[in-house]
Design a binder for this molecule. Structure first.
Ligand SMILES: Nc1ncnc2c1ncn2[C@@H]1O[C@H](COP(=O)(O)OP(=O)(O)OP(=O)(O)O)[C@@H](O)[C@H]1O
Ligand SMILES: [Mg+2]
Length: 359
């Protein structure tokens, strides 16, 4: 469709009526675009709108000067159109209508197929992991039972402790799945990250390999953050487990907290800037590190370089998702053969306890 500077129809092709719902009898050179808009609005092409208001609105926009651009529109008959508008040098514009229904359907099918593939990875990997953990739990319960019968109490309690740790890991696994399916309830609360890490230190020691040296470098007089404590715990443990896996021969694992002030203020007012003060929670290892390619993809769901049954590829996905929910972000600093530092940045929380985190 070509429209001149006076907003009148200059040219159209044979399929114009079919694509726009404007009856062929109406079309003539010099037809005001107002009539086209009116006929379209009456035919429901613009959705359920007040015809006069809608036509007036569109006309005002066109009079103000047609800009170039591409939009998509769903027609009353269900077809999806792509409209590309190009302004002409001397005023007026050309609009190209393309029926993209088939393309959209193909894309939807592809997305569905990808979803199914991801689900396959998920169920395969998780079932495997879960089975392994159940074997650990059952095996150690057997050990405990036999040891009790023989009155070997130390061995019995060791068996119980090992089955408990297996059960904890199984619980962490289901937590991650819940996060993934977004069923995880969120309950943001003011948290002192140092306290949370302190409460977690047993579990951190247990999760890190015995070959690794665990160090804590916690900021003095820490700032509060507003986050779901369960999610934050899982995020820290996910990072600790990644660090352990990256240091099969042992190394140094550092859990650090820091208070950071951002240099400049964000210029954008559309972003909900909660403050220029951030808390960093850093998990650092001296392990194998990541190549640039791996680091770039590490936060994708199901991305893992670990062998089947060892990793589901949901750890960092959870960490990134958690940080985003809490209004923060995550950065990865990694160098092959040197080590990795993953930093969770969370906005400092000041204010009353009743305040809710932004969604
Ligand atoms: N500290 C690290 N050092 C080196 N590589 C890492 C580190 N953390 C993550 N990676 C890389 O990023 C990938 C994705 O990590 P992520 O935690 O998301 O999944 P995973 O550890 O493979 O599996 P899962 O955490 O679900 O058991 C890992 O497979 C690994 O290649
Ligand atoms: Mg992991």
């Amino acid at each position: 469709m070509m429209i001149d500077g006076d907003l009148r129809l200059v040219e159209w092709n044979a399929r114009f009526p079919e694509f726009t719902g404007v009856p062929e009898q109406l079309l003539r050179i010099g037809l005001p675009i107002e009539d086209i808009l009116y006929s379209q609005a009456c035919a429901g092409e613009f959705g359920e709108v007040d015809v006069d208001t809608e036509v007036a609105r569109r006309l005002a926009l066109l009079r103000a000067g047609a800009s170039s651009g591409t939009i998509e529109r769903k027609r009353p008959n269900g077809r999806i159109l792509e409209l590309r508008r190009n302004p002409l040098a001397g005023g007026g514009f050309v609009t190209l209508y393309t029926d993209i229904t088939a393309r959209r359907q193909a894309e939807d099918q592809l997305r569905q197929a990808q979803k199914m593939e991801a689900l396959g990875h998920l169920t395969g990997g998780v079932a495997h992991d879960f089975n392994n953990l159940l074997m650990i739990i059952l095996g150690n319960l057997d050990v405990a039972e036999r040891s009790l019968k023989n009155l070997e109490l130390d061995r019995a309690s060791q068996g119980l402790e090992r089955s408990r740790s297996g059960a904890r890991r199984a619980a962490a696994l289901t937590q991650r799945l819940l996060t993934f399916s977004r069923q995880q309830p969120r309950d943001p609360q003011p948290i002192d990250p140092n306290v949370l890490i302190g409460q977690l230190s047993d579990l951190i020691h247990q999760s890190a390999s015995t070959k690794a040296k665990v160090e804590f470098a916690l900021a003095e007089q820490p700032w509060m953050v507003l986050a779901d404590p369960n999610q934050l715990e899982i995020a820290v443990l996910n990072l600790v487990i990644n660090a352990r896996d990256a240091m099969p021969k042992g190394g140094v694992l550092v859990i650090e907290t820091a208070k950071v002030c951002r240099g400049g203020r964000s210029a954008s007012t559309s972003l909900p800037v909660l403050g220029d003060e951030f808390v960093q929670i850093i998990v650092k290892d001296s392990g194998m590190g990541m190549s640039r390619e791996v680091a770039a993809r590490a936060s994708e769901p199901f991305f893992t370089t670990k062998e089947a049954g060892k990793g589901t590829g949901l750890g960092l996905y959870q960490v990134f998702g958690f940080a985003a929910q809490a209004g923060g972000r995550v950065t990865i600093d990694s160098q092959p053969n040197v080590g990795t530092a993953v930093v969770i940045h969370l906005p400092r929380f000041v204010g009353n306890k009743a305040m809710q985190a932004p969604d």
